[in-house]
Design a protein. Structure first.
Length: 398
C-alpha cells in the first residue's frame, strides 16, 4: 500500500535547481510493524511509513567542515600573526587565528580553525608543535563541525529534492538542551532575489500562540528546498544542526563573497556543530583524542533519523474518535514538518489545554511515535566506520 505522493516544496525566491519548473514528489509505502521487524505487542496495529528512495543511488560521505583548536605556546610575546605564519608554513594554507590573550589577560593563548580537516593535518600539526611552536599542553578542541553529504549518481532536481525532504522529515535531534526560543526548529529562507537577505520562520509556537484557540486556524509551515533548516541556538556550547541543499561554498558574510558550486558538486547536507560542553561529553578534549577515535560510537547519535508509526486500527478502549483524529494529525504534521514536529505536537497540545507551560511535560505527552530509520542508519554507520579507518591509519602519537 502506498500513501502520498507528497510534494517537496521549494522556496519561491531560491535559485531554481537545474532551472526545473516541474514539482518533485516523494512517495511513501506503508509497512506493517511486524514486517519492519518490530515484534513488540504495542506495535501490533501500527504501520511504518517508509520513504521510497533508493539510497544506493547516492554517493554518501562524511567530512570535517572545520575543527577549532586552542593552544598555549611556551614562548612568550607571540602575536596572532606569528601563529598564522607558523601554521601556514607547515600546513601550506592560510589559517584563521584569534588571540585569546585579549579575553584572558596574562595568558599566552590562541585559537585557530582548520577548514576541511583531513588526516594529513595530524602529522603536520605534530611536526609544528614538536619543533617550531612548543606548547604547554596538547591542543584543546573547542569547536567541531561534521557534515554528512548526499550527492545523486544521476543528477536531477527530483533526486536533490527527495533527499532534502528525507533529511528534513526524518531527522530527530537530541533536544535535551533546547530551553529557549532560539533553540527551536526554524527555517531561514532567502528574501527576494538576493541571498544576502534572509527571513527566519519558527516552527515551534510560542507559549501564547499554543495556549490560544487561534492556533488551530494557523497554517503549518512547510520546509522548502532552497531554504536552510536549523535546530539549536547559534553559538550554543552544546549542539546545533542545519539541513540544506548546498549550492554555495566559501561564503564570507562580512565580505559578501561566495562561490556557486557547479551542479555536479552540489549536494544535500546535514551539519552538526559540537560546542565545548558537547565535546566534553563525548570525550573529545584535545587533538590527541582524534587518534584511534571510533567515529560511529562518538557521532552516530547526532545523526538520528526515524520513520513514523501510524496507528492504523485505533483500539475500542478510550475515545476512539479522538485517537482517529490524533492519528490523522500525526500523519499530516509529519508530511508537512517532519518527525521532530510529531514529537513536539503532543507537548503543544498539553500546553494549550492545561493553559500553562511545563518545563517537563508528563510522560504521556512526550511519546514520540517513531522508530529508527534502519536503511538510512545502516548507510550512516558504514560511512562513520570508513571515517574511523581513514583517521586511525595515520598515527599521530607514538
Amino acid at each position: 500500500m502506498r500513501i502520498g505522493p507528497v510534494e517537496v516544496m521549494r522556496s519561491p525566491h531560491a535559485v531554481p535547481l537545474l532551472n526545473s519548473a516541474i514539482p518533485s514528489f516523494l512517495h511513501y509505502k506503508l509497512v506493517s510493524a511486524p514486517n519492519y521487524k518490530l515484534s513488540h505487542n504495542r506495535y501490533a496495529n501500527d504501520q511504518i511509513a517508509i520513504p521510497q528512495i533508493d539510497l544506493s543511488q547516492y554517493r554518501t560521505s562524511f567530512c570535517f567542515d572545520f575543527i577549532e583548536f586552542e593552544i598555549q605556546p611556551k614562548q612568550l610575546g607571540l602575536k596572532f600573526s606569528d601563529i598564522r605564519r607558523h601554521l601556514k608554513n607547515h600546513l601550506q594554507e592560510s589559517i584563521w587565528v584569534e588571540d585569546q590573550s585579549k579575553i584572558a589577560e596574562k595568558e599566552n593563548r590562541f585559537t585557530f580553525r582548520i577548514q576541511e580537516f583531513e588526516p594529513d593535518h595530524f602529522l603536520k600539526l605534530k611536526q609544528l608543535f614538536q619543533s617550531d611552536l612548543p606548547l604547554h599542553a596538547d591542543p584543546k578542541i573547542v569547536l567541531l563541525e561534521l557534515s554528512l553529504d548526499f550527492r545523486p549518481k544521476e543528477i536531477s532536481f527530483e533526486a536533490f529534492a527527495n533527499m532534502f525532504a528525507v533529511l528534513v522529515r526524518h531527522f530527530q535531534p537530541i533536544d535535551n538542551e533546547f530551553t529557549t526560543s532560539s533553540d527551536r526548529m526554524r527555517m531561514v529562507s532567502p528574501s527576494g532575489l538576493s541571498t544576502r537577505e534572509t527571513t527566519t520562520q519558527h516552527f515551534m509556537r510560542t507559549k501564547g500562540a499554543i495556549c490560544s484557540s487561534k492556533v488551530i486556524d494557523e497554517p503549518e509551515l512547510e520546509p522548502t528546498i532552497g531554504s536552510t533548516i536549523y535546530y539549536g541556538a547559534q553559538n550554543t556550547p552544546y549542539v546545533s544542526w542545519r539541513i540544506m541543499h548546498k549550492e554555495l561554498d566559501k561564503q564570507i558574510s562580512h565580505k559578501g563573497t561566495r562561490d556557486h558550486l557547479p551542479i555536479n558538486k552540489q549536494r544535500s547536507r546535514i551539519e552538526v556543530t559540537l560546542g565545548r560542553h558537547a565535546l566534553e561529553e563525548v570525550g573529545l578534549h584535545s587533538l590527541r583524542n582524534l587518534e584511534g577515535l571510533n567515529f560511529r560510537t562518538t557521532f552516530s547519535k547526532f545523526f538520528n533519523f526515524v520513520v513514523p508509526r501510524l496507528d492504523s486500527a485505533p483500539s475500542e478502549s478510550g475515545n476512539q474518535l479522538r485517537r482517529m483524529i490524533a492519528a490523522y494529525l500525526d500523519k499530516d504534521r509529519f508530511y508537512k514538518q517532519g518527525a521532530y514536529r510529531m514529537k513536539q505536537r503532543p507537548l503543544e497540545r498539553a500546553m494549550r489545554f492545561e493553559k500553562q507551560f511545563k518545563k517537563s511535560a508528563p510522560e504521556r505527552h512526550l511519546g514520540s511515535k517513531t522508530v529508527s530509520y534502519k536503511e538510512l542508519r545502516a548507510v550512516i554507520h558504514s560511512r562513520l566506520d570508513l571515517m574511523t579507518r581513514r583517521y586511525t591509519s595515520n598515527v599521530l602519537y607514538k
